[in-house]
Design a protein around this ligand. Structure first.
Ligand code: IMP
Ligand code: MG
Length: 183
């Protein structure tokens, strides 16, 4: 895949700030889930970097599993139609499930996943989202890393056309042509 045309713009959340916030979230989760063993469910691919750091800041025996979803759409705005590309490997009935997301934008991916996972009768079901777009509904989200403005961002797991996930900070992506952001 070719590198998307555009530039990495200003850093929105630097790596030190990410580490501090992830440590705080891990401490909060450790306290809230004391005596339990939560199952972290990461939403691929965007959440994998965050979940890897978060898991190591939770001082409890955690288990991890992943789901992959794709949302059909022709722009950066989600169409609201979500499809499972990879389902969980484990049965979540009776488990304390913590869904780990990179970013909640329109919230349609999250709503779909919560409905699907709730049907499987977990003991509890909560959400930890690294980023939440300002204006998004957050009442379903127990743990929020940062609320961010309406810029398209990359890094720390987030991509534009599969690029820049490896960057250790979260930066604004400025497309050369603002209509050229991929789905
Ligand atoms: P939602 O269903 O509209 O909440 O979309 C959430 C998904 O869209 C995230 O899991 C990301 O994969 C993707 N997404 C939304 N905003 C951004 C962004 O600024 N950068 C990279 N991916 C994004
Ligand atoms: Mg995603």
């Amino acid at each position: 895949m070719t590198v998307p045309e555009g530039n990495i713009g200003r850093v929105l959340v630097g790596s030190a700030e990410l580490a501090t916030r992830v440590r705080e979230l891990g401490a909060q989760i450790t306290e809230d889930y004391a005596g339990r063993s939560p199952l972290l469910v990461g939403v691929l691919k965007g959440a994998f970097v965050f979940m890897s750091d978060l898991a190591r800041e939770i001082r409890l025996p955690v288990e991890m599993d992943f789901m992959a979803v794709s949302s059909y759409g022709v722009s950066t705005k989600s169409s609201g139609v979500v499809r499972i590309v990879k389902d969980l490997d484990v049965d979540i009935a009776g488990r304390d499930v913590l869904l780990v997301e990179d970013i909640v934008d329109s919230g349609s991916t999250l709503r779909y996943l919560l409905r699907l996972l709730a049907e499987r009768k977990p003991a509890s079901l909560e959400v930890c989202a690294l980023l939440v777009r300002a204006g998004a509904r957050t009442d379903d989200i127990a743990y929020v890393g940062f609320s961010i403005p309406d810029d398209f961002v990359v890094g720390y797991g987030l991509d534009v056309a599969e690029h820049y996930r490896e960057l250790s900070s979260i930066s604004v992506f400025e497309p050369a042509n603002s209509a050229s952001l991929p789905p």
